[in-house]
Design a protein around this ligand. Sequence first.
Ligand code: NAD
Length: 290
Amino acid sequence: MAIIIDGKTIGLQIREEVQQRAAALKVQGVTPCLAVVLAGEDPASLSYVTAKEKALAEAGMESRDIRLPAATTEAELLSLIAALNSDTAVHGILIQLPLPKHINEDRVITAMDPAKDVDGFHPVSVGNMVLGRPGFLPCTPHGVLVLLRKLRIPLSGAHAVVIGRSNIVGKPLANLLARRDVNATVTVCHTGTKDLARHTLQADIVIAAAGSPGLIKAEMIQPGVVVIDVGVNRVPDLTKAKGYRLCGDVDFESVKEKAGFITPVPGGVGPMTIAMLLQNVMQAAEVQYE
Ligand code: NAD
């Protein structure tokens, strides 16, 4: 039976550290502030934004809540970003994705001042990450790395199999794990991978970020391995008031009997993502203050 990784408690410890840093900066007359931009009314996006704003308030930080109608044009969004870039009271900008289909996400992300790119999605941030230079790391991949480090999971020389190659999770995660100071050997699997189990069966660490409920089953892993489930999927469940429940990419019930460590969904990677976001806002505010 695996040890269930408590991402909530580890995330809270990080949030308390951030709270202390925010209090110290407040003494200097600066309150870290994140502009949170949500265009449209996607219910999942709305719940993510609400959770982030609540966490900011609990850490003694401000959020500037900007809600835009789904019909907002790209030009309007770009001019809002230009205004936020030059607003010295705003230290970080978060554009909640996905944007409405008629807006080009790449153009919007690239319009942000990289100094305020606390999601780590701007090409400058991505370039700095790949080159190992200082900059903002994307919150979910960074959260997974911090979780593994806090649990003292041996990473140097370990074989990590990452399932997913998106720009926000799979690709940056694979990159961070292969860094010299982490030193894992990384395999990236995706929809073009033939025989996924052949790869996962060779892993010391399996990280699922596919957005496919229950993709990873017990017979696909070796006993005692570390299983990190990034997936957050809504599956219909009429026994729940909302009509759905959340589940990950890992078949938790079977895999927990065989793995050494496993993250639950919810309560595993999700709280680490929020903690890393707060850390990035804090870093942005400190650097801009200096
Ligand atoms: P995405 O759809 O952009 O990418 C999914 C990736 O998985 C793709 O690269 C695809 O090639 C791969 N994939 C899909 N099905 C596969 C399969 N059957 N076999 C092998 N590879 C497969 O998704 P994303 O934005 O990277 O998010 C992935 C999951 O993580 C989603 O469930 C999302 O909700 C969740 N997520 C969670 C957090 C968090 O904080 N916990 C943050 C971001 C994303």
